[in-house]
Design a protein around this ligand. Structure first.
Ligand code: PMP
Length: 409
């Protein structure tokens, strides 16, 4: 990949040059969280050094400056997602909070006993548990899209589940375990042809490929800043403007009101209606810096580089005897999950760690997916824009060592 200067990119991420246990760090746990480029670190320091103040309510210079930076960050996210209006971008603390916001706001107003919410077998717990809570409160029923052999969600399976009672379809764009990428545009079109709204969990999508909410036409889309090279504790809920007026606020407090008396409150217009309390101002600014960084490289170039590394990883891992990969090679982003015969995934992770290779092991907050495969966990290697084939080779060598140490044969 000629235009993609991987050495320069790696230098932009100071943490990557460190050693662990005397070995260079091969950070392959990017689906859990990504590292931060210098420009994001600088934006956070700069904010606290020059601007720190509360937003939207001060009359003084710093508050004006902080409010301006926060609202500029919202516009950056709006352009990044190609949302029609900045009001459609709500800052939250992360994907989990974004999904809980929708689930919490749907309670009472939209959902009655016997209504149905559709999710899939491959969801992260944060796109499952909020709907279980909603169903418990309202008497609604949770329906699950089963998995196919190819691992991507099938339109036929979804069509079979949609009924008059369906209130929302909430599905992941990219599986945090398998890397499988679902045909979200077609899922949205199908759902809309039945008049049903769709929430997209894009926590594992926005950092790996262009995501355009206008084109997808989804009703809601959630992602986390920390998985896209920004700080922790900041996330986004995109909500189509038609929903913003109709769904009630989820949390009450300062910053989300127009006027308040003891008896009644008039809410502020969206998006502030959904941003009660002092938000993560530095986080929003870090997210804008991360998006600027991504755009300075180009998301398509990042996607092309990552596809090369991920395909290489797939082929390399496939060549190891006794290694099972879950999910299919095609249409995969970010992550590969696998197991080694006769080896506990956690033990493998510990040995890899001692070799400087950071992976994640266990259920990855996706226990229903583990139940589908009848396994207790996997080893997951997940990449970001800065990973290299050389690091994949180190994973491969590490796994050979794990096999030599732990396998009976
Ligand atoms: N959905 C998916 C697909 C994820 O991968 C994650 C994070 N692992 C989440 C939701 C939750 O994100 P957060 O913990 O940042 O709220």
């Amino acid at each position: 990949n000629q235009d993609f200067n991987i050495e320069k990119i790696r230098q932009d991420f100071p943490i990557l040059s460190q050693q662990v246990y005397g070995k260079p760090l091969a950070y392959l746990d990017n689906a859990a969280t990504t590292q931060k480029p210098r420009s994001v670190l600088d934006a956070i320091t700069d904010y606290y050094t020059t601007t720190n103040s509360n937003i939207h309510r001060g009359t003084h210079a710093l508050s004006e400056k902080a409010s301006g930076a926060y609202e500029t960050a919202r516009k950056t996210v709006r352009h990044f997602l190609n949302a029609d209006q900045p009001e459609e971008i709500i800052f939250t603390s992360g994907t989990t909070a974004s999904i809980n916001l929708v689930a919490g706001s749907f309670t009472d107003k939209f959902v009655s006993p016997g209504d149905e919410i559709i999710i899939s077998q491959m969801e992260h717990h944060s796109n499952l548990v909020p709907w279980q809570i909603l169903c418990k409160k309202t008497g609604a029923i949770l329906k699950t899209i089963p998995l196919q052999d190819s691992s991507a969600l099938s339109l036929n399976a979804i069509e079979e589940l949609i009924s008059d009672k369906t209130k929302l379809i909430a599905v992941t764009y990219v599986s945090n375990v398998l890397g499988t990428t679902n045909p979200i545009k077609r899922i949205v079109d199908l759902a809309h042809s039945h008049g049903k709204p769709v929430l997209v969990d894009a926590a594992q999508a926005v950092q790996h490929m262009p995501v355009d909410v206008h084109e997808l036409d989804c009703d809601f889309l959630a992602f986390s800043g920390h998985k896209i090279y920004a700080g922790t504790g900041i996330g986004v809920l995109y909500a189509k403007s038609k929903w913003l007026e109709s769904i009630p606020p989820w949390k009450g407090g300062g910053g989300m009101i127009n006027s308040v008396s003891i008896r009644k409150t008039f809410y502020a217009d969206p998006p502030l209606k959904f941003e009660a309390g002092t938000p993560n101002i530095a986080g929003a600014i870090s997210l804008a810096a991360a998006i600027d960084y991504i755009q300075s490289i180009g998301i398509e170039k990042i996607a092309a580089h990552e596809a090369e590394v991920l395909n290489y990883m797939h082929d390399k891992l496939s060549s190891l005897p006794g290694l099972t990969i879950y999910g299919s090679k095609s249409n995969r982003h970010g992550a590969i999950s696998f197991n080694l015969e006769d080896v506990d995934n956690y033990d493998a992770g510990l040995i890899l760690d001692k070799m400087g290779v950071a992976v994640r092991t266990g259920t990855h907050c996706a226990e229903p997916l583990m139940q589908h495969y009848g396994i207790t966990g996997t080893i997951r290697a997940s990449i970001g824009m800065y990973n290299t084939k050389e690091e994949v080779d180190r994973l491969y060598e590490g796994l050979k060592k794990v096999q030599a140490m732990l396998q009976l044969t």
